[in-house]
Structures are given as structure tokens and as C-alpha cells.
Design a protein around this ligand. Structure first.
Ligand code: GTP
Length: 346
């Protein structure tokens, strides 16, 4: 079965954590975010994957190539101008002639795609939209439903006093090829504002699949931090990671007096010095040096980070190559590569 993943345009970055790495390639427990998503789809037999994107996918292509290594078929649909969510699907779906999935490329979930597809078929739906429940739906697209989960209305980012439902569009759709007739060619067009309301106006069978499974939008560094921690703690699943207490990869030098409390992953080639305390959840990327007496707690370190002696890094994300100076105290910080010099000299 085919899936089109909306990876986004050239500007799709997890700012301010990184300005250089595209959002889909940021590491989640050391593997690109999109790899977790792709392998979850493949586990449901959805292995004909089209990445729809508005930029040349050098970093993605050199990592995945055509997907054959991972047992999937990966193709790239490149847009010359921003087409919006629906426009990008139309562009990518030129040869689609069967039911297909669409995924927003910046969400991660444990949604049961197999069950969703069964429901879609049982309802003889033209479109099925996965819904997830959130406490505050004001930043999302709320979906109202009637009997049997049939969709009755879409309310995009409702004001607080207009909240009628906590079920929001989870950014996972199953569509019949006929939906493509509702999307103009080569024009900016969105699902929530254009396609779905048009389908409802025509009385087309649009259904919802309400899921209580884990779901997160990783649009901001704080949510990216949460996804890493949740995966470490086993609150969500990935074929690439099995939640364990402490994993120490090859080539690490860990001082016997260091204290490591899981869940934590210490990647290959790390040095963990005397009386260091690593308090999970924590991801320590490859080649990091955690110097004497420092503390790393509830934090994500990318590769080749140096934590100076006596420093404490709590609830933070540190991008590759950053050096945190001795005795520095960081709490709730996102330190990107450009900040390296700052933190090295302060
Ligand atoms: P807001 O609704 O503005 O908060 O942003 P959002 O990124 O959560 O939602 P949006 O509906 O704009 O995008 C959903 C997904 O589609 C994201 O992963 C975007 O990166 C992606 N996307 C948006 N526009 C395009 C586009 O023109 N082309 C492609 N290929 N992907 C897009």
C-alpha cells in the first residue's frame, strides 16, 4: 500500500535547535525522525512510500537512497513551489489508482494503521481522518463527528470559547483516488480548508478514526525533547528502539564512579568521567565527553558534545559539537550549533 508523507518545504527546520538539518532528519534516539515513521508504516505493510517535499532531499536521499536496504520502496516527489498539504499530495499522486495513506511529516504516533484501514473499508469511506484527543485544541484543527464517526465539520484553531470537541485532526488520512478530483493541479491547496469541506459539502462519505494511541506533533523543540524521552521510557514504540534501562554502546569509557540511572542511551565512543551523574531519561550521542563531576538529567545530547567538569545540564537539548563550559548550569535550554562559541567562552 502507498503512503504519501508530507515532509514540507525548504524552510522545514526544528528552529531554534537547528538551522541546517531538515526536520525529518533530526535524530530521535540517534536515528532520523523520519526513519522511525517509515519503519512503523512498513510494519503495517505500508511500504510504498513517497516523500513529498519542496526541496532537494540531499541528506534524506544519501541516507535512505531508494529504500531497498530497508525493504521499502521510497520515491521522492519534489515541488517547484509551495503547494500546501493537498496540492503536494496531488503532485505526488499522479499515478495513484488505489486507496492510499497520507501522513503529516511532523507528527509521530502509535496509530494502528491496519485497524484504521479496516474501518475505512467497512465504512466504504472516500476519506478517513485519524483523530487524536488533546487537552488544548486551540492550536489544532478540531473535527466534529456524528453517528458512526461520520465527520460533520472542521473548525481550524478554534478560539477558547468556541471549543466544541477535544478531538483534533491527527494528520493521518486514508483517501480514495476520487479525492484527487477535488484538488486543483499545480495550485496551493490545503486539506483542512479546501478538500475536506468540499467533500462534506458534496455529502461524500468522510469518516473519522478516533485513536487513543500515543500522538505528538514535533513542531517545536520542547515536543521533540518529549518524544525522545517518551520513546526512552517506552510510552511510544518504534521498530528502531526497545525501551531498556541503560544502553551503553561500543567503545565507551565509563569511569567506575559514574552513576547512570536509566532510561539512558550512551552512544558509541563516549567518555563519561569520574563522579558524573547521568539521570535518565537521557540520550548521549556518539563521541560525547562528559567531564568530571557533571550532571546530565532529562536531556538530549547530539553527537560530539562536551560537557565541562562540574556543569549541570537539566531538561535541555544540546546540538552536535557544542561545548558547555565548566561549572555552567543549563536548565530547560535548547542549544544549537551556532551557540557553541557562546557556551564555550561564557
Ligand atoms: P500549522 O497548521 O501552521 O501550525 O502548521 P503544521 O505544520 O502543523 O500544519 P500544516 O497543515 O501546515 O502542515 C502539515 C504537514 O504538511 C507538515 O509536516 C508540513 O511540513 C507539511 N506541508 C505543509 N505544506 C506543504 C507543502 O507545500 N509541501 C509539502 N511537501 N509538505 C507540506
Amino acid at each position: 500500500m502507498k503512503v504519501i508523507i508530507l515532509v514540507g518545504g525548504e524552510g522545514t527546520r526544528l528552529r531554534p535547535l537547528t538551522y541546517s538539518i531538515v526536520k525529518s532528519m533530526v535524530p530521535v534516539i540517534n536515528r532520523p525522525f523520519i526513519e522511525h515513521v517509515i519503519l512503523k508504516l512498513a510494519a503495517h505493510g505500508i511500504n510504498d512510500i513517497v516523500l513529498a517535499m519542496g526541496y532537494k532531499p540531499d541528506s534524506i536521499f544519501s541516507y535512505f537512497k531508494d529504500g531497498a536496504g530497508a525493504g521499502i520502496k521510497l520515491t521522492y516527489s519534489l515541488e517547484e513551489k509551495p503547494l500546501g498539504t493537498a496540492g503536494a499530495v496531488k503532485h505526488a499522486a499522479q499515478h495513484v489508482d488505489d486507496t492510499f495513506f497520507v501522513l503529516n511529516g511532523d507528527t509521530f504516533s502509535d496509530i494502528d494503521y491496519t485497524e484504521m484501514l479496516q474501518l475505512h473499508r467497512r465504512n466504504k469511506a472516500m476519506a478517513t481522518i485519524a483523530l487524536t484527543r488533546v487537552e488544548d485544541p486551540t492550536l489544532f484543527g478540531v473535527v466534529e463527528t456524528g453517528p458512526e464517526g461520520r465527520v460533520t465539520a472542521f473548525i481550524e484553531k478554534p478560539a477558547r470559547d468556541q471549543v466544541t470537541s477535544h478531538w483534533i485532526n491527527a494528520g493521518v488520512y486514508i483517501l480514495e483516488p476520487a479525492v484527487l478530483d477535488y484538488i486543483p493541479d499545480n495550485e496551493f491547496y490545503m486539506f483542512e480548508k479546501g478538500v475536506f469541506p468540499a467533500l462534506l459539502a458534496k455529502g461524500a462519505p468522510v469518516y473519522s478514526y478516533a485513536s487513543q494511541a500515543y500522538w505528538i506533533d514535533v513542531g517545536r523543540p520542547s515536543q521533540y525533547h518529549r518524544l525522545n524521552c517518551d520513546m526512552l521510557e517506552g510510552k511510544c514504540s518504534s521498530p528502531l528502539y526497545k525501551a531498556e534501562s541503560v544502553i551503553i554502546e561500543a567503545g565507551c569509557a565509563i569511569h567506575p564512579s559514574a552513576q547512570i540511572t536509566g532510561p539512558a542511551r550512551i552512544s558509541a565512543g563516549c567518555y563519561v568521567g569520574e563522579e558524573v551523574h547521568i539521570q535518565g531519561p537521557a540520550v548521549i550521542g556518539c563521541g560525547c565527553r562528559i567531564e568530571k563531576g557533571s550532571l546530565v538529567e532529562n536531556s538530549i545530547l547530539w553527537d560530539n558534545v562536551i560537557i565541562g567538569a562540574g556543569a549541570s545540564v537539566i531538561d535541555s537539548i544540546i546540538a552536535s559539537g557544542v561545548k558547555i563550559i565548566e561549572n555552567a548550569r543549563l536548565e530547560g535550554q535548547t542549544i544549537n550549533q551556532d551557540a557553541a562559541a557562546d557556551h564555550a567562552t561564557k
